[in-house]
Design a protein around this ligand. Structure first.
Ligand code: HEM
Length: 181
């Protein structure tokens, strides 16, 4: 039986999926699948690391995006070394560019963000971080996404393991497809 309410990743699915909710208009350029490279660091780490990442954004007609990110570490030639950060969740948009996001991580961390989308920039800061007993101590985070012309870049800062808010990730991705649904 066909899914009566398929997610929409872009123009192809929009032909048969639900129309985008008007509040999503400012974040519609995010729809689809993105792939690219990033670099990471943290004051506690001796060396920087390189990674590749795939991000997916989709909607089902309501005023939020389904979001998923998968990353793997790479060596100097770009060859994969091992799986790394994964996250999934929701980016909910209000009528006036207000944005809130719920992200969960397999490392026992749940982040609740609030922020704004303005032009081609989404800025988020944590409203709460909840951790399981096994999780590393992460107390706050900030993210800044910039999108346009088929390029999505972001930076991510963390307050964690006794360090003040410090850069952890920066990446630039390109749209690879609208996904298969
Ligand atoms: C693209 C996503 C991410 C990648 C590729 C990544 C990669 C890394 C790497 C390579 C390390 C060094 C330790 C290790 O080898 O595992 C690390 C440490 C860490 N990461 Fe990430 N990370 C990502 C996302 C996140 C997120 C979303 C959070 C918080 C919610 C986070 C929190 C931390 C913390 C707390 C440490 C430990 C620092 C320490 O104990 O010294 N990371 N990350």
């Amino acid at each position: 039986m066909n899914d009566p309410y398929p997610d929409v990743y872009g123009a192809r699915q929009a032909a048969y999926g639900p129309a985008a909710h008007p509040w999503l208009t400012p974040v519609l350029p995010l729809l689809g699948v993105w792939r690219g490279r990033g670099r990471g660091q943290y004051p506690t780490l001796e060396e920087e690391f390189a990674y590749e990442q795939e991000l997916t954004f989709a909607h089902d007609g309501r005023p939020f995006l389904r979001y998923e990110g998968r990353a793997w570490l790479t060596d100097g030639t770009g060859a994969p070394l091992r799986p790394s950060g994964r996250e999934s969740g929701w980016l909910r948009v209000g009528p006036d560019g207000y944005v809130e996001a719920l992200l969960s991580h397999p490392t026992g961390i749940a982040e609740v963000y609030t922020g704004r989308v303005s032009g081609s920039v989404v800025e988020l800061a944590t409203h709460a971080v909840v951790r399981t007993p096994l999780a590393k101590e992460v107390t706050s985070a900030r993210r800044r996404y910039t999108f346009g012309d088929g390029v999505l870049s972001y930076t991510q800062d963390l307050e964690a393991v006794g360090q003040p808010l410090s850069p952890h990730l920066a990446a630039e991705l390109r749209r690879v497809s609208e996904a298969d649904g």
